[in-house]
Design a protein. Structure first.
Length: 242
């Protein structure tokens, strides 16, 4: 329920922002001035559809992967203290099967790791610990899935921008060679394209870097909870065996 409320709240803010942007555009159009979106669109077109389009694709794909990872990680977040208390109570009252039922009814990687450890509880603590460690590695891989693509787009966007810069400068020097003149009017177009591609590439990299750092911190937090909870599970099984 809390996640649904958060999603609706975000959607509401986005809706209000869209309304505010629409009113701002209408007001600016009435006054005869350009809005931020219009200026951004004009600069994007002036930068050239080739490299600017590729940079835009990198931004869209990077944001799509980042949003998917954030949703997945938020769904994978579990109240480990509550889960450990529930498993402890289930072990005391109903044994291993009752504890497994608690894990089956709980979402998240911590509950999955607990279930795998409880599956091997009858084989001894060593077998349970190996199952927990092994399945913990599997869950860690799922948490880090596709994150490398975000880092690729972070590196790719400014490189594409710099490539556009080089091509723009080449065009500027070609214009100088054709006109046999180095006046600002001759080279301004090529230099402008060079600077625009660089700016857009850096902006895309900055945006994706913010999302990347948040995702990495979220993964580290979940992994730490997994490790602490795994130790607690082995302690609970040791107490149960006694």
């Amino acid at each position: 329920m809390k996640k649904v409320v958060n999603i609706l709240t975000i959607a509401g803010f986005m809706f209000l922002g869209a309304i505010q942007s629409t009113y701002a555009q209408d007001a600016a159009a009435a006054e005869g001035s350009e809005t931020f979106h219009q200026i951004l669109k004009r600069y994007f077109i002036e930068g050239g559809p080739g490299f600017m389009g590729i940079v835009l694709v990198a931004l869209i794909l990077g944001l799509a992967i980042a949003i998917e990872r954030i949703i997945y990680l938020n769904m994978a977040t579990t109240n480990t203290k509550k889960l450990i208390a529930s498993v402890d109570e289930a072990l005391s009252s109903g044994g291993v099967e009752a504890a497994k039922e608690v894990c089956r009814n709980t979402k998240g990687p911590v509950a999955s790791i607990f279930y795998q450890g409880l599956e091997r509880a009858d084989e001894g603590l060593d077998a349970a610990e190996k199952a927990v460690v092994g399945y913990g590695g599997v869950q860690m891989g799922l948490l880090e899935k596709n994150i490398s693509w975000i880092s690729l787009f972070i590196a790719l966007a400014p490189m594409l921008g710099f490539m556009g810069t080089v091509i723009g400068m080449i065009g500027a020097f070609d214009a100088i060679a054709v006109a046999n003149d180095i006046s600002p009017a001759v080279v301004a177009g090529g230099i402008k394209v060079a600077l625009l591609t660089t700016v857009f590439g850096l902006v895309v990299a900055i945006i994706l870097q913010i999302f990347y750092n948040y995702i990495i911190s979220k993964v580290d937090s979940i992994v730490n909870n997994m490790e602490d909870a795994s130790i607690s599970l082995i302690d609970l099984l040791a107490k149960y065996k006694k």
